[in-house]
Design a protein around this ligand. Sequence first.
Ligand code: SF4
Length: 335
Amino acid sequence: MAFMSASASSTDGADPTRKRVLLAKPRGYCAGVDRAVQTVEQALDHYGAPVYVRKQIVHNLYVVQALEERGAIFVEENDEVPEGAIVVFSAHGVAPEVHEQAAARNLRTIDATCPLVTKVHNEARRFADDDYDILLIGHEGHEEVVGTSGEAPQNIRLVDGPESVADVEVRDPERVVWLSQTTLSVDETLETVGALREKFPLLQSPPSDDICYATQNRQAAVKAISPQVELFLVVGSPNSSNSVRMVEVALAAGAASAYLVENAAAIDPQWLEGVSTVGVSSGASVPEILVDGALAWLAERGFGTVDEVAHTEERLTFALPRELRREMGGAATSG
Ligand code: SF4
């Protein structure tokens, strides 16, 4: 890279008038996204084009376009896939009825649902089997929420933020549990849970965190930097829930301004007026090449000094979907 880079875990003592970038770590690809993208790439290598993919494999335009160039065809629903063809299900997960529709059309499916989303599906099924009302905290219409809700539509009630708690009704307030989408704001979710608990004091919590490690780590890294910056740029697509949440977290944590940008071309030079320190991070579905582009854009405008501020080291990787490993005859992992 053409810019100065200092790997640092502390920024104490920096000259406040010096133009610089504080680059959050971790940022970008999580284990689930890495696995999902590699699933499509390996399927293309193994079977040849075309490989159909239901919905955006991950919520990033660059990734989707790059895979399209290699022969992936993105569809909204199974009925757009020719009978007998291969279809990959996206990282966000699908409802059981989507598997049923695929079987009815004789599709060969590869399920790239992130294992951490599958964990929430399993929780939903288990609590539904025990006849709980499940209060699913999440954003209405998001693919992950649609998929999780499909596991137990009779038992799940969507709670879309603290303001919607007043409308929540349950059958038995002694048999209620909350679960959540994996990519929410940690702080807002705690607020929603607090409001739910006031209404339902016997509300049970999920057996383990539903907001995934990657979402939590990226938000914590943004939070650590935000008080020091006048501008925070989060690279990510507008339909990427975890990316949008990072902008909100930056603002709440003290960044004077924060924007979500698809790539360097979307940065408005006017945002730099009066700015000496820029925070940069990227959502869990964003390849590093887009961050490099944003850093190069900033370097051309005098922000060539980049201090990487490390919050957490991530080492998690997931094995590729079983269906694909079996076909490929090996125990390939995604990272
Ligand atoms: Fe999995 Fe979390 Fe990445 Fe979503 S953001 S794909 S849940 S690791």
